[in-house]
Design a protein around this ligand. Structure first.
Ligand SMILES: [Zn+2]
Length: 297
């Protein structure tokens, strides 16, 4: 932690005092440590590996967010995909983070709270683009004379198979790249994730939980696909926005989780629920190229 300096904001206001009294429990620590694929090399020293109940240090502050994620539904044992996001969100986060199995803490340069590296683009390509194009081609075949339309359908499939094959090759190439010189597929949590560095940033426990949800969606094949709209607090015209709510990207998951936490979060405080609402509304008005036209009221 040589180059990192930070100040610890009020522990009551951030919710850390409340959640900090709950995380200091070995079975819980094992559950989240392995469940989210922490990479112990990056959590040594000042990051809190040997002091993991100390809520002034980063590791305990990450644990607090994970406690919030996993125990905020009234009936937290229910993680059914058919339920709402408050219930399945934590399961999604664990599954995605575990698939990388490499969660790190880093100083960062203050420009982001977290970063997810990896082969999102190529997996997205494989899973979605080819099928989409095949459907588009087959749709056009309907206008062909029926005696010859089979040629059109056959061609659509030939193109699709070539597309899947290319996707497979590019995904493999990408995995090889990250597995060797590319530095591995991993998630970095930067200092700004743990502490509001500029005084304006919101880094309370529920904001951290929201960021974990956000990054998990990046692991789950959804890179940002648009630029921030005019007037956005994230910087109009800069990359990092999602095109729309329907894209179901990281910002949509992020806002949806906060929304549900505000509406139905248990074992928490009204102040944190209101913070979630505020945070959700900032995302809803600033993070989508096409406004979803939603607000949490
Ligand atoms: Zn993002």
């Amino acid at each position: 932690m040589a180059d990192c300096t930070y100040t610890v904001p009020d522990l009551d206001a951030s919710g850390d005092t409340l959640y900090g009294s709950r995380i200091c429990d070995q079975p819980f620590i094992d559950f989240v440590w392995y469940g989210h694929g922490f990479n112990s090399r990056y959590w040594q020293g000042g990051w809190g590996f040997d002091d993991c109940c100390n809520i002034t240090k980063p590791l305990a502050r990450a644990f607090n967010a994970m406690w919030l994620l996993n125990y905020s539904p009234e009936d937290y044992m229910n993680e059914d995909w058919g339920s709402d996001m408050l219930h399945w969100g934590p399961r999604y986060v664990r599954e995605q983070f575990k698939s990388y199995d490499d969660l790190r803490a880093q100083c960062g340069d203050g420009s982001a709270k977290a970063r997810t590296t990896g082969c999102q683009q190529s997996r997205k390509f494989l899973a979605w683009k080819c099928t989409d194009e095949r459907k588009e081609r087959t749709r056009k075949c309907e206008s062909w004379f029926f005696l010859f339309s089979w040629i059109c359908y056959l061609w659509a499939w030939v193109v699709a198979i070539a597309c899947y094959a290319w996707g497979f090759v590019s995904q493999t190439a990408c995995s090889v790249w990250y597995g060797t010189v590319g530095g591995g597929q991993h998630v970095d949590l930067f200092l700004w994730f743990f502490y509001p560095l500029d005084g304006s940033g919101n880094a309370d426990v529920v904001a951290r939980a929201g960021t974990l949800v956000h990054e998990s969606r990046h692991i789950g094949d959804k890179p940002h696909d648009a630029q921030f709209p005019g007037g956005s607090v994230y910087g109009a015209g800069k990359d990092g926005a999602d095109s729309s709510w329907d894209y179901q990207g990281a910002w949509m998951y992020h806002a949806l989780y906060l929304w549900w936490f505000y509406a139905a979060g248990a074992r928490t405080t009204l102040a944190l629920r209101q913070s979630a609402k505020q945070n959700a509304n900032v995302i809803l008005t600033n993070a989508f190229a096409t406004s979803p036209g939603l607000l949490v009221l």
